[in-house]
Design a protein around this ligand. Structure first.
Ligand SMILES: Nc1ncnc2c1ncn2[C@@H]1O[C@H](COP(=O)(O)OP(=O)(O)OP(=O)(O)O)[C@@H](O)[C@H]1O
Length: 263
């Protein structure tokens, strides 16, 4: 099987005034092309550090990060990123915010083609008619939809999301999960999602990686067996309940509340 993302034996420590702070220690993750990998773990275990490594924004002390068969050693334009705070530019319209990555990655692409691409994506996420608005005129959920469009407008190899739905209320969040599912069906991409929400990880993920407490290693990998076109109702089935139970147990282990042997 081709793995679009491969992280092998990654170790990393940050230099601090009181000496090196080991953050990652033995991280192994493999994500096949087109798959959605959700990453969960205790607070502060190194999840955001993992996203920086995949995006090439920093190099690990040891181990390897591979994207599409190439070793990652510097920042990549083939990576799209979305964060909890969408950081849209207020002086640009929603359409021009979405177009921004194309201006950098495909400067020779005619404006009409950029506009057509951005409009098609905005339509897919239900923002048709809002192209000319400024970010402050949209709700938090709508801004996050626009931010997702911006993250994939240049068809990146991989979409990295760090808690993109973390600041939204429950109903808006569930709406966004379904938008993400529909977007993936129309615009297949490989994704890494960092989340604190186990339901979100099961709804969106093909696999869920549980990281141990810091320094993080890959503690557990759950293959999500729900159908690709799952609905929110699927989260209320026994199958999903069992998966959520397993993940919760693994998080407790990661937090050091229980030992692996005790479960
Ligand atoms: N540049 C840095 N220099 C020193 N320490 C850092 C740096 N960046 C992160 N850290 C520390 O490394 C650890 C892991 O940080 P990281 O942000 O990767 O964790 P996280 O799992 O994403 O956290 P959270 O779940 O709270 O969002 C934390 O203890 C953090 O304080």
């Amino acid at each position: 099987m081709t793995h679009l993302i491969e992280i092998k034996g990654v170790r990393h420590a940050y230099p601090t005034q009181s000496g090196p702070l080991p953050v990652l220690d033995g991280l192994d993750i493999a994500v096949p092309e087109g798959e959605f990998c959700a990453v969960v773990g205790p607070s502060g275990c190194g999840k955001s550090t993992l996203t920086r490594l995949v995006a090439g924004l920093m190099k690990p002390d040891a181990g390897e990060v591979w994207l599409h068969g190439e070793r990652v050693t510097s920042p990549r334009s083939t990576v799209g990123m979305a964060f909890q705070n969408p950081v849209l530019l207020e002086w640009r319209t929603i359409l021009d915010n979405v177009i921004l990555p194309l201006e950098i990655v495909a400067p020779r692409m005619p404006r009409r083609d950029r506009v057509a691409r951005a409009e098609a994506l905005l339509d897919m996420v239900g923002l048709s008619g809002f192209e000319g608005k400024r970010p402050s005129e949209l709700s938090g959920g709508m801004r996050q939809r626009a931010s997702l469009c911006r993250a994939i407008v240049h068809k990146p190899d991989v979409l990295i999301m760090d808690e993109p739905f973390g600041a939204l209320d429950n109903f808006t969040r569930e709406d966004l999960w379904q938008t993400m599912r529909d977007l993936r069906a129309k615009e297949p991409f490989t994704a890494v999602l960092i989340t604190h929400d186990l339901r979100e990880s099961v709804f969106l993920g093909d696999q869920v990686i549980v990281l141990s407490g810091r320094p993080a290693r890959t503690q557990y990998v759950l293959d999500v067996t729900l159908p690709a076109d799952r609905t929110i109702d699927a989260l209320y089935t026994k199958e999903a309940g069992d998966m959520l139970h397993t993940l919760r147990d693994q998080i407790k282990i990661a937090q050091g509340r229980e030992t692996a042997e005790a479960t």
